[in-house]
Design a protein around this ligand. Structure first.
Ligand SMILES: N[C@@H](CCC(=O)N[C@@H](CS)C(=O)NCC(=O)O)C(=O)O
Length: 203
């Protein structure tokens, strides 16, 4: 049985959401998002960096949300939630899927770290301001990429939407965009966040 280690509003949202979209049976261990819970001896044996998500599939342990996404699709997807491999559409899909973690998460993480995760004396307001500026630039780019498209990789909902959708859950919580500044993002985010899988993953 697949098992996901999940904490609310963290990147494990991507994994729970994808599992729901794929209709796979899985169990969830919900962790409190606190150093005590993540650094317990039991959890460190699963994730030595004390982060979420983790996924176990038998004796396989995976600790990266993008890797978990690609693994689940390769093993259980049966071609669902991704364009056909080797096509131009698949290339664009992969780029957005990886972009979500590799290029968009750093400014969002900087905002989170320096707004509420680190102890107050270790927070640097300038890092928050720079993170907000960088994140807004990226949101502008995504808004332009979504023009005339229902989903980030084209007409169909894919795992690039579950990866990137999580970034927008955070960006929404951080007040980084609205329907006036980002109309295409607003339409897209409205569509994806109405899906039952997103609702379940964010409950
Ligand atoms: N690249 C990893 C990042 C995992 C990560 O940083 N998770 C955050 C929550 S969103 C975390 O557990 N942070 C705890 C900490 O840094 O102490 C992934 O995509 O899964």
């Amino acid at each position: 049985m697949l098992k996901v280690y999940h904490a609310k509003n963290t990147r494990s949202t991507r994994v729970v959401w994808l599992l729901e979209e794929l209709g796979l049976p899985y169990e969830t261990e919900v962790l409190e998002f606190s150093p005590e819970a993540l650094q317990s001896e039991t959890y460190l044996a699963i994730n030595p960096l004390a982060k979420v998500p983790s996924l176990t599939d038998g004796d396989l342990i995976l600790n990266e949300s993008a890797a978990i996404t690609l693994y689940l699709l390769a093993k259980y997807g049966k071609g669902r939630l991704e364009p056909a491999q080797g096509t131009r559409a698949h290339g664009e899909y992969l780029q957005w899927l990886i972009f979500a973690e590799a290029s968009f998460m750093p400014p969002l993480s900087a905002i989170a770290q320096h707004s509420f995760i680190r102890p107050e004396e270790k927070r640097v307001p300038l890092i928050v301001a720079e993170g907000q500026a960088d994140a807004r630039k990226i949101i502008g780019l995504i808004d332009r990429a979504l023009a005339g498209k229902a989903y980030i990789a084209g007409a169909e909902f894919t795992a690039a939407d579950t990866m990137l959708g999580y970034n927008f859950l955070l960006a929404s919580l951080f007040g980084l965009w609205n329907a006036e500044t980002s109309p295409n993002v607003a339409a897209w985010y409205g569509r994806i966040s109405a899906r039952p899988g997103f609702q379940k993953a964010t409950a």
